[in-house]
Design a binder for this molecule. Structure first.
Ligand SMILES: C[S@@+](CC[C@H](N)C(=O)[O-])C[C@H]1O[C@@H](n2cnc3c(N)ncnc32)[C@H](O)[C@@H]1O
Length: 340
């Protein structure tokens, strides 16, 4: 088992030091490992498609505690190279050795972009890079870097396809607790907090019965071919009210799909099992009074923040066209959100 620390954390910008330090503590890994929807999706994608792994060289980008590397080794990989910048890799070394994979898994501490692998190419890349709103943390950039530098022609990436969805929800009670709360705090006007509370999307579990519109797939990409630039997008959407109700917010969720004859999908919608990614909630300053069949047409744009590319600037714009003659229900809106 070789080890090579190529990146001194102290030489990284403060935001990067902070990012990698957050993965030093076992607690964050415990949360990810206990997310059974997440972890079992990776395991199924590998164990159900062992033919893909037989005698292959695998790269685990951001291996954390080494769980995906051990799945890959058990699925039949010839050798796994596992890279992580965080100090958690010290525990991964102990775990890999304790479980008898010393000869199959090589752990390398360093930032993937700064190290050189002991091999020129790999057949398969596995990585769990997904963040809130799928793209928050921008770790996908690292996977694309690994793809372009190491993946053989026709090699595989797990997962390799992603879809993002938007829908409208009724969320009056929670909006009251999170937004209207600031209007009267022990008798004082705290409304200067309303703008910041509105601009920051909330990561929370949304009940499936809160959905009051059809969902719309507004962005999809293939990790085999997507470029970093294409991950800054501006997409249109159209939602249709499925009931008569008030709409307070949009939610965004996503799914990731793994390659192989036995297709495995990791979904994160409110209609699916819980994951630690939950859903991302974007409150509106209006309340939309929807009647069944009303249409909301809009667009959603997302791009990395210019100061810290791991953060996102998101804009949602919409136009509600009601089915009735009551034009007072028609609404347009535009809001800028920041994921910091
Ligand atoms: C979401 S965790 C996944 C951990 C593990 N693969 C799992 O599934 O439990 C992502 C890991 O990638 C590491 N990471 C992120 N960007 C990296 C980079 N550029 N180079 C090396 N490691 C990186 C982080 O330190 C973190 O441990």
């Amino acid at each position: 088992m070789a080890s090579d620390s190529a990146t001194d954390k102290a030489t990284l910008p403060f935001t990067e030091q902070h990012y990698f330090s957050s993965y030093d503590h076992f607690g964050i890994h415990e949360e990810m490992l206990k997310d059974t929807t997440r972890t079992l999706s990776y395991r199924s994608a590998m164990y159900k498609n062992k033919d893909l792994f037989k005698d292959k060289i695998v790269l685990d980008v951001g291996c954390g505690t080494g769980i995906l590397s051990m799945f890959a080794a058990k699925a039949g990989a010839k050798h796994v190279y596992s890279v992580d910048m965080s100090n958690i890799i010290e525990k991964a070394k102990e775990i890999v050795s304790l479980n008898g994979f010393e000869d199959k898994i090589t752990l390398i501490q360093g930032k993937l972009e700064d190290i050189t692998l002991p091999v020129d190419t790999v057949d398969i890349i596995v990585s769990e890079w997904m963040g809130y709103f799928l793209l928050y943390e921008s770790m996908l950039d690292t996977v694309l870097y690994a793809r372009d530098k190491y993946l053989v022609e026709g090699g595989l990436i797990l997962p390799d396809k992603c879809n993002m969805y938007i829908a409208g929800i009724e969320d009056g009670q929670y909006k009251g607790e999170k937004i209207h709360f600031w209007e009267d705090v022990y008798g004082f006007d705290y409304s200067p907090f309303i703008d910041v509370a509105m601009a920051e999307p909330l990561v929370d579990t949304v009940e499936n019965n809160s959905l009051i519109t059809t969902p719309y797939k507004f962005f999809e990409f293939d990790i085999n071919t997507v470029t970093k630039e294409q991950l800054a997008f501006h997409s249109k959407f159209e939602l249709e009210a499925i009931d008569n109700d008030l709409c307070h917010a949009y939610i965004v969720y996503w799914d990731a799909i793994f390659p192989g004859k036995e297709t495995v999908t990791l979904p994160t919608g409110p209609m699916n099992n819980y994951t630690h990614w939950k859903q991302t909630v974007f409150y509106m300053d209006h309340v939309l009074d929807l009647k069944k069949g009303d249409k909301i047409q809009g667009s959603i744009a997302s791009r990395p923040n210019s100061h810290n590319p791991r953060e996102l600037d998101i804009e949602i714009e919409w136009n509600l066209e009601t089915t009735s003659k009551d034009k007072s229900r028609d609404k347009t809106g535009k809001y800028n959100y920041f994921m910091r």
